[in-house]
Design a protein around this ligand. Structure first.
Ligand code: ADP
Ligand code: MG
Ligand code: ZN
Length: 484
C-alpha cells in the first residue's frame, strides 16, 4: 500500500522597511513594549492609513526575484474579524488583486537537510507560486496564566504573504524550499527573514491520497511553526497521522491544527464549519496602486540570484558545480571569492579550493564568520599569489595562513620567509639535487624503471639538505628534469 503527499505553503514574511505599513511608526524588534505606536496602528477611531511606498516597492521587487507577474492595478481589502491583536477589528490585506501573481522558487539542492542530500528525489525542483500579497502584521500577545498582555510594536509591520501551489511532496522538499526562499529574500535585500525573530513564519497545508488518479484529499492546515526544522517534523507527523486515518477508512475534514513542537504532536484548532467568514470588502480608505510605474523604478534593483551567480562561477571561473553553489549561497563568501580571484592572479578553481578548504576551515575552527575574517581578500590573495608563483607549496601556505590569522597585519611573504619557506638559491638547489641523485643510485634506478612515486623520497632528501625550505613541488620538478 502506498500514498501520495500534497503540500502547499503559506509563508508570511516581514518586509524590511524603516516604518510600518500604514503609519510612520518605526518598525522594531525587542524594543520596550508599546513604544512604537500611534492612533493608526492602535486602530483608534477616525485615524486614517497612509500607504508605505517602500513596502510596496520591496514586495514588487520580491516578485521580480521570484519571476512573478503583477496585475496592472493592485488593490486593498478589509478582512474582518475580532481579535485583540488587531484593534481595528479588520486586517488591511489584498484579496483578488494582489501585488504579485504566479512566479516560482528554485529549490537549491544544497538546501536539503544533510541526511537526504545524497539522494534528492527531484533535483532542481521548482515550486510554483500562486501569489504574493501585502498586508499588515498583528500585535504580539503573550499569555501569562489567566491573563494576556499585548505589545502593539509589531502591529502594522508590512507583511508579505507568499502562497505556493500544492507542488511540494515531502518534508525535506518543504525544508529546502523555505531555505531557498529565505536565501533569495535575504540576498535581494527584501527581508532579513529571520525565523527566530518571527520575520518569517509559515503555515503548512497537507493532504494525502492513494494514487495519482484520485482527486486531492481534504487539506489540513498546520499553524504555529516557528523554525524550518519544526516544519519538517510537523509534516512528517501529519503525514503519518493522515496515513493511519486513511488506512482505517477515516476521511479528513478540512481543518486547522496547531503544532506543538515540544510534544511533537498536533492538536485540532477548528474545522471548516467553524471557519471565519471574513466578509472581505475593498478598503474605502486606500487608493488602488498602479504597479507599472513602481515596477519600472524597482527593476534596476533586481540583483543576481544565487542560482545565477553559481552558473556564472561555473562558466567564467570553471569552478565545480558543487563549489559554485556553496560559494554563491552566501553573499559575503561570494564577494570574498571574487576579490580573491582578482587579487591572487590565480584561477577560480584554485581560489575556490583555497577559500573553501583552507581559509574557511581555519575560520570555522575559530568560530569566525567570513564577513569577520581577520584576513582581507587582498591579503589572502597575496598569500595565494605566492603559491601561484611557485614560491610556496599549498601545505606551506597553510602554515603561513595559521600564523597570519593570529597576526593579520603581517605580510604573507615576510611570514613565509620567517618560517624558512624560501626558494633556495637556484645554483645551490641544482647542486643539492645532483648530490642526492648521486648518493641514491638504487632509488634512481627504480624510478627510471617506472616507480615514479619514489621521487618523493629524493625530494625529501633534498628538502632535508637544504638550508631553506623550498617549495617541494619545485624540487620534484627539478629532479624529474634531471632523471629524464
Ligand atoms: P485559503 O485561502 O483558504 O487558505 P488557498 O487557495 O489560498 O486557500 O490555499 C492555501 C494553500 O493550500 C496553498 O498553498 C495551496 O497550495 C494549498 N492547497 C490547496 N489545496 C490543497 C490540498 N488539497 N492539499 C494540500 N495543499 C493544498
Ligand atoms: Mg490562505
Ligand atoms: Zn503607528
Amino acid at each position: 500500500m502506498s500514498y501520495l503527499v500534497t503540500i502547499g505553503l503559506e509563508v508570511h514574511c516581514q518586509v524590511k522597511t524603516n516604518t510600518k505599513m500604514f503609519c510612520a511608526c518605526e518598525t522594531s524588534f525587542a524594543e520596550e513594549p508599546n513604544t512604537r505606536t500611534c492612533p493608526v496602528c492602535l486602530g483608534l477611531p477616525g485615524a486614517l492609513p497612509v500607504l508605505n511606498r517602500h513596502a510596496i516597492e520591496k514586495t514588487l521587487l520580491a516578485g521580480l526575484h521570484l519571476d512573478c507577474g503583477s496585475p496592472e492595478i493592485s488593490k486593498w481589502d478589509r478582512k474582518n474579524y475580532f481579535y485583540p491583536d488587531m484593534p481595528k477589528n479588520y486586517q488591511t490585506t489584498q484579496m483578488d488583486l494582489p501585488l504579485c501573481i504566479g512566479g516560482e522558487v528554485p529549490v537549491y539542492d544544497f538546501n536539503y537537510p544533510t541526511d537526504v542530500r545524497k539522494d534528492i528525489p527531484r533535483p532542481g525542483l521548482k515550486v510554483r507560486l500562486n501569489r504574493i500579497h501585502l498586508e499588515e502584521d498583528v500585535a504580539k500577545s503573550t499569555h501569562l496564566g489567566t491573563t494576556s498582555v499585548i505589545d502593539y510594536n509589531r502591529a502594522g509591520t508590512p507583511l508579505m504573504e507568499i502562497v505556493t501551489e500544492p507542488d511540494i511532496e515531502t518534508s525535506a522538499e518543504a525544508f529546502a524550499f523555505l531555505r531557498s526562499l529565505q536565501m533569495i529574500l535575504q540576498q535581494g535585500g527584501i527581508s532579513d527573514a529571520d525565523m527566530e525573530k518571527g520575520q518569517l513564519r509559515c503555515d503548512v497545508n497537507i493532504s494525502i491520497r492513494r494514487q495519482e488518479s484520485d482527486p486531492l484529499g481534504n487539506r489540513i492546515e498546520l499553524k504555529n511553526l516557528n523554525s524550518i526544522s519544526a516544519v519538517r517534523r510537523a509534516i512528517d507527523y501529519e503525514i503519518e497521522r493522515q496515513w493511519e486515518d486513511l488506512q482505517a477508512g477515516i476521511e479528513q475534514i478540512q481543518s486547522t491544527r496547531r503544532w506543538d513542537d515540544d510534544r511533537g504532536e498536533s492538536q485540532l484548532l477548528r474545522t471548516k464549519e467553524d471557519a471565519h467568514d471574513y466578509r472581505y470588502f475593498p478598503c474605502p480608505d486606500l487608493l488602488p496602486v498602479h504597479t507599472e510605474p513602481l515596477l519600472e523604478k524597482v527593476r534596476p534593483m533586481l540583483t543576481e540570484r544565487p542560482h545565477e551567480r553559481a552558473g556564472r562561477y561555473e562558466k567564467d571561473f570553471e569552478v565545480t558545480a558543487y563549489d559554485a553553489s556553496v560559494l554563491a549561497a552566501d553573499l559575503p563568501l561570494a564577494n570574498y571569492f571574487e576579490e580573491l580571484v582578482a587579487t591572487s592572479g590565480s584561477s577560480g578553481k584554485k581560489a575556490a579550493n583555497f577559500l573553501l578548504n583552507n581559509l574557511l576551515g581555519s575560520l570555522n575552527e575559530r568560530s569566525i564568520a567570513i564577513s569577520d575574517s581577520p584576513l582581507s581578500p587582498g591579503k589572502s590573495g597575496a598569500l595565494l599569489g605566492l603559491v601561484e608563483k611557485g614560491t610556496l607549496a599549498i601545505s606551506q601556505a597553510k602554515e603561513v595562513l595559521t600564523v597570519l590569522l593570529d597576526a593579520p597585519d603581517q605580510d604573507p611573504a615576510a611570514v613565509a620567509k620567517e618560517l624558512g619557506f624560501e626558494p633556495a638559491d637556484a645554483g645551490e638547489l641544482d647542486a643539492l639535487c645532483d648530490q642526492v641523485i648521486a648518493a641514491n643510485p638504487k632509488q634512481v634506478a627504480e624510478i627510471k624503471a617506472g616507480n615514479e612515486k619514489l621521487i618523493n623520497f629524493l625530494t625529501g632528501q633534498v628538502m632535508k639538505a637544504s638550508a631553506t625550505k623550498p617549495n617541494p613541488k619545485q624540487v620534484t620538478d627539478l629532479l624529474k628534469g634531471k632523471l629524464e
